[in-house]
Design a protein around this ligand. Structure first.
Ligand SMILES: *Cc1c(COP(=O)(O)O)cnc(C)c1O
Length: 410
């Protein structure tokens, strides 16, 4: 989505610095073409297996981003009533919506049941009972996958590992058969599938392959008890290249899965978030000040951890490039934001071309868990979001105002 033409950085056919000049910074910029390319890579990668790709809205829940996928035929993976609201507005068919999360409330269950979603991914026996009662009160049957904790190491950051014994997610593997037996006895529950999600930013095939093996074992044990499933939901978690990672492609995963799934009629569901949106977005920021302290040079920019929390949360790497090449020599700097926290940084000891006050920088691969995790911390209005498509662009979320900061307060 990003390339230099002459000295200027372009997102598709739109100059990044012109856009930043017009709309102000910090500014999230998304490429419609890249969103579609990512979705198609996933969808066509699994073309030989029956499947449905459900976009995990939590990675980037902007309506226009979500609508881009909905229009292409994708489903949605939601984790709250708020995301259900967004997913329906964005145009996803309820028949393609799966509802994940360890703490669904009755209210959330009710709205999802009323809309007739594809599946609830249930994470505990208590939740199963609560869903059964809710469905009974509405004279409905709730379609359910149980989320198993498959005890598979995803080989990723501990904050984004979800499929080991240490995690709060899913039903332990050793309890999963008895949980299905419980589900079978509940009159307002309809068992349709089995689900797992082992973590995020996974950059090798092996954890996914182990996951498929564990899940198919459970599928077979269930079949032995007369419980037949329609789908197998492998969750999300496929990684992208932030720095030097070389993640597999969806087609690589499909090739690894195919021999194991031969002769089965199970439909595969996927819940990718990061893969679909991560590389399709940048955060554009302006250099406010340069400052030297002792042996260090700081470049203070107008974006902060409230706009993009990933470096502060996960110590994550985001490449930073200038919106206009100025021919300056590179220097090693810390790129930091204005928020009053030492964790408020975008890069440490990073070599970037010398930049001065007023220069625009693009923080790359910011489309996933960027705006979605943003806050108003330090009473900073949230950034604007813009979607480019070819030479056209559209503001898809207005920059917040000072009034937005105090909405609802007394
Ligand atoms: C966060 C999450 C996803 C998406 O994960 P990515 O790493 O962004 O692909 C999918 N499913 C569930 C249940 C999740 O919690």
């Amino acid at each position: 989505m990003l390339k230099y033409s002459g000295k200027s950085l372009y997102a598709e056919g739109v100059s990044v610095s012109a856009l930043a000049g017009k709309l102000g910074t910090p500014l999230y910029v998304y490429s419609a073409a890249r969103l579609l390319k990512n979705y198609r890579a996933f969808d066509s990668g699994f073309a030989r297996l029956p499947h449905l790709v459900c976009f995990a809205l939590k990675a980037n829940s902007n309506l226009s981003v979500a609508r881009t996928f909905a229009r292409s035929g994708a489903g949605a993976d939601i984790v709250s009533g708020g995301e259900l609201y967004r997913a329906l507005l964005a145009g996803f068919s309820p028949k393609k919506i799966v509802f994940s999360g360890v703490g669904k409330t009755r209210e959330e269950m009710k709205s999802a049941l009323a809309k007739g979603i594809l599946c609830f991914n249930v994470e505990s026996v208590e939740e199963l009972q609560s869903l059964n009662e809710t469905a009974r009160s509405m004279k409905k049957r709730a379609p359910v996958s149980l989320r198993v904790n498959p005890e598979v190491q995803a080989g990723t950051h501990r904050h984004i590992t979800t499929g080991t014994k240490e995690n709060k997610f899913g039903i332990p593997k050793s309890h999963i058969l008895s949980a299905y037996e419980t589900a079978r006895r509940l009159r307002n529950i309809e068992i349709v599938g089995l689900q797992a999600h082992i973590g995020s930013q996974i950059t090798s095939v092996a954890p996914f392959e182990r996951l498929v093996i564990v899940l198919l074992e459970i599928v077979d044990q269930l079949a032995g008890r007369g419980i037949r499933l329609k789908h197998l939901d492998l969750g999300g978690g496929l990684g992208i290249t932030y720095h030097r990672e070389v993640p597999p492609t969806p087609a690589d995963l499909a090739r690894a899965f195919e021999p194991r799934l031969k002769g089965r009629t199970l439909k595969l569901l996927f819940e990718p978030g990061r893969f679909l949106v991560g590389e399709a977005g940048i955060l554009v920021t302006r250099v406010l000040y340069r400052k030297r302290t002792g042996h260090k040079t700081f470049v203070v920019v107008d974006a902060a951890m409230n706009d993009l929390a990933r470096p502060a949360l996960y110590d994550s790497y985001h490449e930073i490039v200038p919106a206009r090449k100025n021919g300056n020599a590179r220097e090693t700097v810390d790129v930091v934001g204005p928020v009053c926290e030492s964790g408020d940084y975008f890069a440490r000891a990073r070599s970037i071309p010398y930049s001065e006050r007023g220069d625009y920088l693009a923080i790359k691969n910011a489309g996933a868990y960027g705006f979605a995790m943003s806050s108003q911390y330090n009473s900073r209005p949230r950034a604007a979001e813009v979607m480019v498509s070819g030479r056209k662009w559209r503001v898809v979320r207005k920059r917040e105002t000072l009034e937005d900061l105090i909405r609802g307060e007394k």
